[in-house]
Design a protein around this ligand. Structure first.
Ligand code: NAP
Length: 251
């Protein structure tokens, strides 16, 4: 395939997006991955990369037209609601086909003690009746929701340092996955964690904490995924590769 300017856009920031970019580069597809620019040192995908917002759906539609993009794969995180809404509206406006690469959510197993909630605020509301030493893995940007819980102690794991407002009794550990069950079990024990908070992010990279919590019999507050636009959706990188190759061949 040609080495002309990128003609397929991947909306990224996930391991699936990086896997898709790598596969398409292997197939010689001219691809550009887009990142939001939230993380100070992001893991970069193969191929061309651009960083920063587009300016909503109109900005994205304009960008797609100006760059001659023939297909878009939205492989963003299941909780990245605004960019997925922009992708649906912006591709429709520009007349460019869109595929959603969506990782499945986690499934409860026997022995799990999961408490499903809709929002971070709901998670904060249920926590005081579930435990006193909390492992927070719901991301740096959501810590403000827990800032009013003065009697609980928090261990928050984030990629970059969080900014206020923050819970007053907080220890931060900076790291990013993948994580393994033995390490996660040791972390929960070391900090005497008695409740865990997570988004239903899905995927294998950060699932070990749930297995560790099951082993230790700990309750887990799981935040449900937000609603998504109705667009053609696949769950496997290989299917997204085939879909993209179909459009590249046709163009
Ligand atoms: P969001 O709320 O959906 O997006 C907020 C704004 O950031 C969007 O309106 C868009 O700005 C810009 N943006 C988001 N993703 C972008 C991308 N891939 N390329 C270019 N611009 C992007 O997203 P978020 O929840 O803050 O997540 C930001 C990024 O981090 C996403 O790409 C996502 O895949 C990744 N991520 C998110 C989470 C999470 O829990 N939310 C976890 C892991 C990774 P404009 O409107 O100006 O275009």
């Amino acid at each position: 395939m040609s080495s002309m300017a990128p003609r397929v856009l991947i909306l990224g920031g996930t391991s699936e997006a990086r896997a898709l970019a790598a596969e398409l580069v292997t197939h010689g597809v001219p691809v550009v991955s887009s990142l939001a620019g939230r993380v100070s040192a992001p893991r970069l995908p193969e191929g061309e990369v651009r960083i920063g917002g587009f300016g909503g759906a109109d900005g994205l539609a304009d960008w797609l037209t100006r760059h001659g993009i023939i297909a878009v794969v939205d492989a963003t995180h299941p909780f990245a609601q605004r960019i997925s809404a922009s992708a649906a509206a912006g591709t429709a406006r520009a007349g460019v086909p869109l595929l959603r690469l969506h990782r499945p959510g986690w499934q409860e197993s026997p022995g799990d003690r999961w408490h499903w909630v809709d929002t971070l605020d709901d998670a904060a509301a249920v926590l005081p009746r579930l435990g006193t030493r909390v492992f927070l893995t719901s991301g740096r940007q959501g810590l403000a929701a827990f800032a009013g819980l003065r009697d609980l102690w928090f261990l928050a794991r984030c990629v970059d340092p969080p900014t206020p407002p923050l819970p007053p009794r907080l220890e931060v550990v900076l790291s990013r996955g993948p994580y393994h069950v033995e390490e996660e079990t040791a972390l929960l024990r070391e900090h005497r964690i008695d409740v865990l908070v997570t988004k239903d992010s899905g995927g294998s990279m950060t699932e070990a904490k749930l297995i560790a919590a099951r082993r230790l019999g700990l309750p887990v507050v799981v935040i449900r995924r937000p609603a998504r636009p109705a667009v053609p959706t696949v769950t496997e990188v290989a299917t997204a590769v085939d879909w993209t190759l179909g459009w590249v061949t046709e163009s």
